[in-house]
Write a protein that binds this ligand. Structure first.
Ligand code: PLP
Length: 373
Protein backbone atom coordinates (compact mmCIF):
# COMPACT_ATOMS: atom_id res chain seq x y z
CA UNK A 1 0.00 0.00 0.00
CA UNK A 2 1.26 3.45 -0.80
CA UNK A 3 0.10 6.85 0.37
CA UNK A 4 1.96 8.57 -2.44
CA UNK A 5 -0.15 10.35 -5.04
CA UNK A 6 -0.06 9.36 -8.71
CA UNK A 7 1.34 12.73 -9.70
CA UNK A 8 4.70 11.82 -8.22
CA UNK A 9 5.26 9.52 -11.17
CA UNK A 10 5.70 12.69 -13.25
CA UNK A 11 8.52 14.05 -11.12
CA UNK A 12 12.08 12.94 -11.61
CA UNK A 13 14.87 14.78 -9.87
CA UNK A 14 17.08 11.69 -9.63
CA UNK A 15 19.71 13.11 -12.00
CA UNK A 16 20.21 16.14 -9.75
CA UNK A 17 20.31 13.89 -6.66
CA UNK A 18 22.99 11.82 -8.34
CA UNK A 19 25.01 14.96 -9.10
CA UNK A 20 24.77 15.88 -5.43
CA UNK A 21 25.81 12.37 -4.35
CA UNK A 22 28.79 12.40 -6.72
CA UNK A 23 29.90 15.73 -5.23
CA UNK A 24 29.62 14.39 -1.68
CA UNK A 25 31.99 11.55 -2.52
CA UNK A 26 34.72 13.90 -3.75
CA UNK A 27 37.16 16.12 -1.92
CA UNK A 28 37.12 19.68 -3.34
CA UNK A 29 35.51 18.79 -6.65
CA UNK A 30 35.61 21.28 -9.52
CA UNK A 31 31.92 21.99 -9.58
CA UNK A 32 30.59 23.24 -12.90
CA UNK A 33 27.15 21.80 -12.27
CA UNK A 34 25.45 24.57 -10.37
CA UNK A 35 23.14 27.09 -12.03
CA UNK A 36 24.20 29.99 -9.87
CA UNK A 37 26.33 33.07 -10.50
CA UNK A 38 29.66 33.20 -8.65
CA UNK A 39 28.92 36.52 -6.92
CA UNK A 40 27.43 36.99 -3.48
CA UNK A 41 24.43 39.25 -2.92
CA UNK A 42 25.79 42.83 -2.89
CA UNK A 43 26.12 44.52 0.49
CA UNK A 44 23.54 47.25 -0.07
CA UNK A 45 20.93 44.60 -0.90
CA UNK A 46 21.83 42.58 2.19
CA UNK A 47 21.63 45.77 4.25
CA UNK A 48 18.15 46.50 2.92
CA UNK A 49 17.11 43.01 4.07
CA UNK A 50 18.69 43.57 7.49
CA UNK A 51 17.02 46.99 7.73
CA UNK A 52 13.65 45.40 6.97
CA UNK A 53 14.21 42.98 9.85
CA UNK A 54 15.30 45.72 12.24
CA UNK A 55 12.33 47.89 11.29
CA UNK A 56 9.99 44.96 11.94
CA UNK A 57 8.93 44.71 8.33
CA UNK A 58 8.67 41.04 9.09
CA UNK A 59 4.94 40.50 8.80
CA UNK A 60 2.77 39.12 6.00
CA UNK A 61 2.54 41.31 2.93
CA UNK A 62 -0.36 41.27 0.45
CA UNK A 63 -0.39 38.01 -1.53
CA UNK A 64 0.78 39.82 -4.66
CA UNK A 65 3.59 41.62 -2.84
CA UNK A 66 4.30 45.12 -1.54
CA UNK A 67 3.05 47.87 -3.79
CA UNK A 68 6.36 49.77 -3.95
CA UNK A 69 8.12 46.73 -5.33
CA UNK A 70 5.40 46.11 -7.89
CA UNK A 71 5.57 49.76 -8.98
CA UNK A 72 9.37 49.55 -9.36
CA UNK A 73 9.05 46.34 -11.39
CA UNK A 74 6.33 47.78 -13.64
CA UNK A 75 8.59 50.80 -14.26
CA UNK A 76 11.53 48.56 -15.15
CA UNK A 77 9.38 46.44 -17.47
CA UNK A 78 7.98 49.51 -19.23
CA UNK A 79 11.30 51.32 -19.57
CA UNK A 80 13.67 48.44 -20.31
CA UNK A 81 11.49 45.76 -21.83
CA UNK A 82 8.93 47.82 -23.72
CA UNK A 83 5.99 46.28 -21.87
CA UNK A 84 2.91 48.30 -21.15
CA UNK A 85 1.92 47.39 -17.62
CA UNK A 86 1.17 48.89 -14.24
CA UNK A 87 1.61 47.47 -10.74
CA UNK A 88 -1.74 45.63 -10.90
CA UNK A 89 -0.35 43.55 -13.75
CA UNK A 90 2.61 42.41 -11.64
CA UNK A 91 2.69 39.79 -8.92
CA UNK A 92 5.59 38.83 -6.66
CA UNK A 93 6.32 35.11 -6.25
CA UNK A 94 8.72 33.18 -4.01
CA UNK A 95 11.00 32.36 -6.96
CA UNK A 96 10.12 31.52 -10.54
CA UNK A 97 10.01 27.81 -9.90
CA UNK A 98 6.96 28.26 -7.69
CA UNK A 99 5.84 30.95 -10.13
CA UNK A 100 5.77 28.38 -12.92
CA UNK A 101 3.50 26.08 -10.88
CA UNK A 102 1.19 28.98 -10.05
CA UNK A 103 0.93 29.88 -13.73
CA UNK A 104 0.14 26.33 -14.76
CA UNK A 105 -2.44 25.97 -12.00
CA UNK A 106 -4.02 29.24 -13.10
CA UNK A 107 -4.31 28.36 -16.81
CA UNK A 108 -4.23 24.60 -17.36
CA UNK A 109 -7.04 22.11 -16.93
CA UNK A 110 -6.37 18.38 -17.15
CA UNK A 111 -5.94 17.46 -20.81
CA UNK A 112 -4.83 20.93 -21.86
CA UNK A 113 -1.57 21.06 -23.74
CA UNK A 114 1.50 23.19 -23.37
CA UNK A 115 4.44 23.41 -25.78
CA UNK A 116 7.90 23.24 -24.26
CA UNK A 117 11.16 23.42 -26.20
CA UNK A 118 13.48 20.44 -25.62
CA UNK A 119 16.05 20.88 -23.96
CA UNK A 120 14.14 22.68 -21.21
CA UNK A 121 14.38 23.92 -17.64
CA UNK A 122 12.95 20.81 -15.91
CA UNK A 123 9.99 22.39 -14.01
CA UNK A 124 8.41 23.48 -17.33
CA UNK A 125 7.90 19.84 -18.10
CA UNK A 126 7.29 18.09 -14.76
CA UNK A 127 5.01 20.69 -13.18
CA UNK A 128 2.61 20.72 -16.13
CA UNK A 129 2.42 16.91 -16.26
CA UNK A 130 1.85 16.71 -12.53
CA UNK A 131 -1.37 18.72 -12.78
CA UNK A 132 -2.74 16.58 -15.57
CA UNK A 133 -1.75 18.71 -18.54
CA UNK A 134 -0.04 17.26 -21.57
CA UNK A 135 3.42 18.54 -22.41
CA UNK A 136 4.39 18.51 -26.08
CA UNK A 137 8.15 18.67 -26.32
CA UNK A 138 9.43 20.43 -29.43
CA UNK A 139 13.00 19.51 -30.32
CA UNK A 140 15.29 22.45 -31.02
CA UNK A 141 18.19 20.43 -32.40
CA UNK A 142 20.69 21.01 -33.83
CA UNK A 143 21.34 24.66 -32.93
CA UNK A 144 18.78 25.08 -30.09
CA UNK A 145 16.88 27.72 -32.09
CA UNK A 146 13.19 26.86 -32.34
CA UNK A 147 11.97 25.45 -35.62
CA UNK A 148 8.86 27.50 -36.33
CA UNK A 149 7.10 25.02 -38.67
CA UNK A 150 7.68 22.33 -36.02
CA UNK A 151 6.07 24.57 -33.39
CA UNK A 152 3.06 25.13 -35.65
CA UNK A 153 2.80 21.44 -36.41
CA UNK A 154 2.71 20.67 -32.67
CA UNK A 155 -0.28 22.89 -31.95
CA UNK A 156 -3.65 21.16 -31.45
CA UNK A 157 -7.08 22.39 -30.42
CA UNK A 158 -6.08 21.68 -26.78
CA UNK A 159 -2.86 23.72 -26.87
CA UNK A 160 -3.12 26.64 -24.50
CA UNK A 161 0.38 27.96 -24.02
CA UNK A 162 3.92 27.94 -25.28
CA UNK A 163 6.84 28.25 -22.90
CA UNK A 164 9.95 30.07 -24.07
CA UNK A 165 13.17 30.75 -22.24
CA UNK A 166 15.62 33.14 -23.84
CA UNK A 167 18.41 33.41 -22.77
CA UNK A 168 17.95 29.76 -22.00
CA UNK A 169 18.93 27.10 -19.52
CA UNK A 170 20.55 24.61 -20.28
CA UNK A 171 21.79 25.70 -23.73
CA UNK A 172 22.54 29.42 -23.37
CA UNK A 173 20.54 30.06 -26.53
CA UNK A 174 19.26 33.59 -27.19
CA UNK A 175 16.42 33.90 -29.69
CA UNK A 176 16.75 36.77 -32.16
CA UNK A 177 13.97 39.35 -32.21
CA UNK A 178 12.83 38.06 -35.63
CA UNK A 179 12.21 34.58 -34.16
CA UNK A 180 10.30 36.02 -31.21
CA UNK A 181 8.16 38.08 -33.58
CA UNK A 182 7.33 34.92 -35.52
CA UNK A 183 6.49 33.05 -32.31
CA UNK A 184 4.21 35.95 -31.34
CA UNK A 185 2.36 35.75 -34.65
CA UNK A 186 1.96 31.95 -34.36
CA UNK A 187 0.64 32.43 -30.81
CA UNK A 188 -1.76 35.12 -31.98
CA UNK A 189 -3.03 33.05 -34.85
CA UNK A 190 -3.73 30.05 -32.61
CA UNK A 191 -4.88 32.01 -29.55
CA UNK A 192 -2.03 30.84 -27.32
CA UNK A 193 -0.62 32.33 -24.16
CA UNK A 194 3.16 32.86 -24.24
CA UNK A 195 5.02 32.13 -21.00
CA UNK A 196 8.37 33.87 -21.35
CA UNK A 197 10.98 33.10 -18.70
CA UNK A 198 13.53 35.93 -18.94
CA UNK A 199 15.49 35.27 -15.76
CA UNK A 200 18.83 35.40 -17.65
CA UNK A 201 18.01 38.63 -19.49
CA UNK A 202 21.15 40.37 -18.26
CA UNK A 203 23.46 37.59 -19.38
CA UNK A 204 23.42 38.24 -23.12
CA UNK A 205 26.53 38.24 -25.30
CA UNK A 206 25.04 37.97 -28.80
CA UNK A 207 21.55 38.76 -30.16
CA UNK A 208 20.11 41.58 -28.05
CA UNK A 209 17.53 40.50 -25.47
CA UNK A 210 13.99 41.11 -26.69
CA UNK A 211 10.86 40.75 -24.56
CA UNK A 212 8.07 39.14 -26.50
CA UNK A 213 5.61 40.75 -24.07
CA UNK A 214 6.40 44.08 -25.73
CA UNK A 215 4.66 42.98 -28.94
CA UNK A 216 2.22 40.30 -27.78
CA UNK A 217 -0.05 41.25 -24.88
CA UNK A 218 -1.08 37.63 -24.14
CA UNK A 219 2.34 37.04 -22.64
CA UNK A 220 3.33 36.28 -19.09
CA UNK A 221 6.79 37.75 -18.56
CA UNK A 222 8.72 36.00 -15.80
CA UNK A 223 11.81 37.42 -14.22
CA UNK A 224 13.49 37.38 -10.85
CA UNK A 225 16.35 38.33 -8.66
CA UNK A 226 18.15 34.98 -8.39
CA UNK A 227 20.62 35.36 -11.23
CA UNK A 228 21.16 39.05 -12.00
CA UNK A 229 21.44 40.00 -8.34
CA UNK A 230 22.95 36.73 -7.09
CA UNK A 231 19.97 36.20 -4.79
CA UNK A 232 19.16 32.53 -5.39
CA UNK A 233 18.65 31.86 -1.68
CA UNK A 234 16.30 34.80 -1.11
CA UNK A 235 13.56 33.15 -3.18
CA UNK A 236 12.04 36.08 -4.98
CA UNK A 237 10.78 36.67 -8.51
CA UNK A 238 7.85 38.15 -10.40
CA UNK A 239 5.31 37.58 -13.15
CA UNK A 240 3.73 40.30 -15.28
CA UNK A 241 0.94 39.90 -17.79
CA UNK A 242 -2.77 39.98 -18.54
CA UNK A 243 -4.64 41.19 -15.45
CA UNK A 244 -7.13 38.31 -15.32
CA UNK A 245 -4.31 35.76 -15.20
CA UNK A 246 -2.38 37.78 -12.62
CA UNK A 247 -5.55 37.97 -10.50
CA UNK A 248 -6.02 34.20 -10.82
CA UNK A 249 -2.40 33.69 -9.70
CA UNK A 250 -3.01 36.03 -6.76
CA UNK A 251 -6.07 34.02 -5.79
CA UNK A 252 -3.92 30.86 -5.77
CA UNK A 253 -1.09 32.61 -3.93
CA UNK A 254 -3.45 33.51 -1.09
CA UNK A 255 -3.73 29.84 -0.12
CA UNK A 256 -0.60 28.33 -1.62
CA UNK A 257 2.01 30.89 -0.63
CA UNK A 258 0.15 33.47 1.43
CA UNK A 259 2.87 35.96 0.53
CA UNK A 260 6.52 35.97 -0.49
CA UNK A 261 9.09 36.78 2.19
CA UNK A 262 8.71 40.42 3.26
CA UNK A 263 12.45 40.65 3.91
CA UNK A 264 13.30 39.41 0.43
CA UNK A 265 10.81 41.88 -1.05
CA UNK A 266 12.46 44.88 0.64
CA UNK A 267 15.87 43.62 -0.42
CA UNK A 268 14.58 43.22 -4.00
CA UNK A 269 13.23 46.77 -3.96
CA UNK A 270 16.69 48.04 -3.02
CA UNK A 271 18.27 45.82 -5.68
CA UNK A 272 16.24 47.46 -8.44
CA UNK A 273 17.55 50.89 -7.46
CA UNK A 274 21.09 50.00 -8.52
CA UNK A 275 21.72 47.46 -11.26
CA UNK A 276 24.96 45.49 -11.38
CA UNK A 277 27.14 45.44 -14.49
CA UNK A 278 28.00 41.82 -14.96
CA UNK A 279 28.28 41.24 -18.63
CA UNK A 280 32.00 41.90 -19.24
CA UNK A 281 33.09 39.21 -16.81
CA UNK A 282 30.60 36.64 -18.07
CA UNK A 283 31.37 37.42 -21.71
CA UNK A 284 35.04 36.68 -21.00
CA UNK A 285 34.14 33.39 -19.28
CA UNK A 286 31.83 32.49 -22.18
CA UNK A 287 34.63 33.15 -24.67
CA UNK A 288 37.09 30.99 -22.72
CA UNK A 289 34.62 28.11 -22.42
CA UNK A 290 33.46 28.24 -26.02
CA UNK A 291 36.97 28.38 -27.45
CA UNK A 292 38.20 25.56 -25.19
CA UNK A 293 35.27 23.33 -26.10
CA UNK A 294 35.85 23.99 -29.80
CA UNK A 295 39.58 23.29 -29.41
CA UNK A 296 38.66 19.96 -27.80
CA UNK A 297 36.63 19.13 -30.90
CA UNK A 298 33.13 19.67 -29.49
CA UNK A 299 30.43 21.16 -31.67
CA UNK A 300 29.16 24.15 -29.76
CA UNK A 301 25.72 25.66 -30.27
CA UNK A 302 23.81 28.19 -28.19
CA UNK A 303 26.00 30.01 -25.65
CA UNK A 304 24.79 33.44 -26.79
CA UNK A 305 23.62 34.11 -23.23
CA UNK A 306 23.01 32.77 -19.70
CA UNK A 307 26.06 30.84 -18.38
CA UNK A 308 25.69 27.33 -19.74
CA UNK A 309 26.98 25.12 -22.48
CA UNK A 310 25.12 21.99 -23.56
CA UNK A 311 27.21 19.72 -25.72
CA UNK A 312 27.37 16.12 -26.82
CA UNK A 313 29.55 13.60 -25.02
CA UNK A 314 32.36 12.16 -27.18
CA UNK A 315 32.35 8.76 -28.87
CA UNK A 316 28.60 8.31 -28.45
CA UNK A 317 28.91 7.32 -24.81
CA UNK A 318 25.90 8.13 -22.66
CA UNK A 319 25.68 11.32 -20.64
CA UNK A 320 25.74 9.30 -17.41
CA UNK A 321 28.88 7.40 -18.41
CA UNK A 322 30.54 10.67 -19.36
CA UNK A 323 29.70 12.56 -16.16
CA UNK A 324 30.89 9.54 -14.16
CA UNK A 325 34.18 9.47 -16.04
CA UNK A 326 34.62 13.19 -15.34
CA UNK A 327 33.71 12.75 -11.67
CA UNK A 328 36.50 10.16 -11.37
CA UNK A 329 38.81 13.10 -12.24
CA UNK A 330 37.06 15.45 -9.83
CA UNK A 331 34.92 17.41 -12.29
CA UNK A 332 31.16 17.65 -11.81
CA UNK A 333 28.81 18.30 -14.75
CA UNK A 334 25.09 17.53 -15.09
CA UNK A 335 23.89 14.75 -17.44
CA UNK A 336 21.77 16.18 -20.24
CA UNK A 337 18.85 13.82 -19.59
CA UNK A 338 17.95 16.02 -16.61
CA UNK A 339 16.95 18.67 -19.19
CA UNK A 340 15.95 16.67 -22.21
CA UNK A 341 14.62 13.53 -23.79
CA UNK A 342 18.04 13.38 -25.46
CA UNK A 343 20.54 11.33 -23.54
CA UNK A 344 23.90 12.11 -25.09
CA UNK A 345 24.49 15.66 -23.84
CA UNK A 346 25.99 17.24 -20.73
CA UNK A 347 25.52 20.69 -19.21
CA UNK A 348 28.47 22.76 -18.09
CA UNK A 349 27.80 25.89 -16.03
CA UNK A 350 30.32 28.74 -16.08
CA UNK A 351 28.57 30.54 -13.27
CA UNK A 352 31.61 29.52 -11.16
CA UNK A 353 34.68 31.77 -10.98
CA UNK A 354 37.19 31.73 -13.83
CA UNK A 355 39.80 29.76 -11.86
CA UNK A 356 37.33 26.93 -11.27
CA UNK A 357 36.08 27.14 -14.84
CA UNK A 358 39.63 26.88 -16.21
CA UNK A 359 40.45 23.96 -13.89
CA UNK A 360 37.31 22.22 -15.07
CA UNK A 361 38.17 22.82 -18.71
CA UNK A 362 41.66 21.34 -18.17
CA UNK A 363 40.14 18.15 -16.74
CA UNK A 364 37.60 18.00 -19.53
CA UNK A 365 40.37 18.43 -22.13
CA UNK A 366 42.42 15.58 -20.62
CA UNK A 367 39.50 13.17 -20.42
CA UNK A 368 38.30 14.10 -23.90
CA UNK A 369 41.70 13.60 -25.50
CA UNK A 370 42.12 10.23 -23.73
CA UNK A 371 38.73 9.14 -25.00
CA UNK A 372 39.45 10.27 -28.53
CA UNK A 373 42.91 8.70 -28.78
N1 PLP B 1 14.08 29.75 -14.77
C1 PLP B 1 15.21 29.25 -15.29
C2 PLP B 1 15.35 29.17 -16.78
C3 PLP B 1 16.25 28.80 -14.47
O1 PLP B 1 17.37 28.31 -15.00
C4 PLP B 1 16.09 28.89 -13.07
C5 PLP B 1 17.15 28.40 -12.16
O2 PLP B 1 18.10 27.79 -12.51
C6 PLP B 1 14.90 29.41 -12.58
C7 PLP B 1 13.91 29.83 -13.45
C8 PLP B 1 14.68 29.46 -11.11
O3 PLP B 1 14.44 30.71 -10.67
P1 PLP B 1 14.09 30.99 -9.15
O4 PLP B 1 15.38 30.99 -8.38
O5 PLP B 1 13.47 32.35 -9.24
O6 PLP B 1 13.14 29.93 -8.72
Amino acid sequence: MTFIAQRLQYFDSSDFREVFNRKQLLKNPVDLSVGEPEEHTTDFIKEAGIRAINENKTTYTPANGIVDLRIAIAKKLNEENGLNCNEEAVTIVPGLTTGQLLIYMAILDPGDEVLVMDPYYPPYNYLASSIGAHVTLVSVLPDFQPDLPMIEASITSRTKAIVINSPGNPTGVVYPESTLRKIASIAEEHGLLVISDEIYEHFVYENKHFSIGSIYPNTLTLNGFSKEFAMTGWRIGYIAGPKDIIEAINELQQYMVFASSSIAQYAALAALSQRPTINGKYLRKRDVVRKSLQDMGYTVHGMQGAFYSFFKAPNDITDIEFVEKLAERNLILVPGRAFSRLHGFVRLSYGANITQVEKGLDILAEVTSEMRS
